[in-house]
Design a protein around this ligand. Structure first.
Ligand code: PGA
Length: 243
């Protein structure tokens, strides 16, 4: 398992072609290694390939062999040079009705094609207020990782993303993050007898990264909005890599 913290940028559907070009200009010549993963809109992926950083895809189809207009298979992604994929993001659960059963199929398809799944899990504000966070995390872990072997488990990254923290500029307290990440790691260790990497996502930016980066059980960060401007993204990377 790699020791370096991993920094994943989820650029969602935010950027125009002009903004992508600006972004690429901004990161050209910077020393971004394989612990940096950029997930652009799929249509822009070819512009990001063949650099030292890695490229991730924001979504894949659960099945390789069907007639699915508009979908991208894990095999196609892998053949293109994509190393990581987001799966189970709350926006896909909410707007595209993705449930844990489908997410489990996607995790399996990714592993079969040597792509590292970044499995996103997290609670809503209502669930948090009802003290159901652990129950939600456990249910997501057990269902999304059904039929995954211990060996494959080591390849997976879990992104703990409280849904209420995504795109809101609100983040949990540092001790809440630490204890929820501990809960995830302990549970996975109990089930699979293996360690898993866990990153935090939800309103990470250059103002809060200093304190977030001090949480000692985190293996990195998943960054949405703040990964779309090269200057902001580089500032975050600088803190995580050098602190
Ligand atoms: P945010 O998004 O950083 O804009 O809150 C995180 C995510 O959706 O992965």
């Amino acid at each position: 398992m790699e020791n370096k913290k991993i920094i994943i940028g989820n650029q969602k559907m935010y950027m125009s072609i002009g903004e992508v070009s600006e972004f690429l200009k901004g990161i050209t010549g910077k020393n971004l290694g394989s612990n940096i993963v950029i997930c652009p809109s799929s249509i822009y992926i070819p512009y990001f390939l063949k650099h030292r950083y890695c490229v991730g895809i924001q979504n894949i189809s659960f099945d390789d062999k069907r007639q699915y207009t508009g979908e991208i298979s894990a095999k196609q992604a892998s053949d293109t040079g994509i190393k990581y994929a987001l799966v189970g993001h709350s926006e896909r659960r909410l707007y595209f009705n993705e449930d844990n059963e489908l997410i489990n199929k996607k995790v399996i398809a990714l592993l079969q094609n040597n792509i590292i799944p970044i499995l996103c899990i997290g609670e809503t504000i209502e669930e948090k207020n009802l003290l159901k966070t652990n129950r939600v995390l456990k249910n997501d872990i057990v269902s999304c990782l059904k039929n995954i072997s211990s060996d494959d488990l080591e390849k997976i990254i879990i992104a703990y993303e409280p849904i209420w923290a995504i795109g809101t500029n609100r983040i949990p307290t540092m001790s809440e993050i630490k204890s929820n990440v501990n809960y995830i790691k302990d549970l996975i260790n109990k089930i699979f007898k293996k360690d898993v990497r866990v990153v935090y996502g939800g309103s990470v930016n250059s103002n809060n990264i200093n304190k977030l980066n001090k949480i000692d059980n985190l293996d990195g960060f998943l960054i949405g909005g703040s990964s779309t401007k090269s200057e902001e993204f580089l500032k975050i990377i600088e803190v995580v890599v050098n602190q």
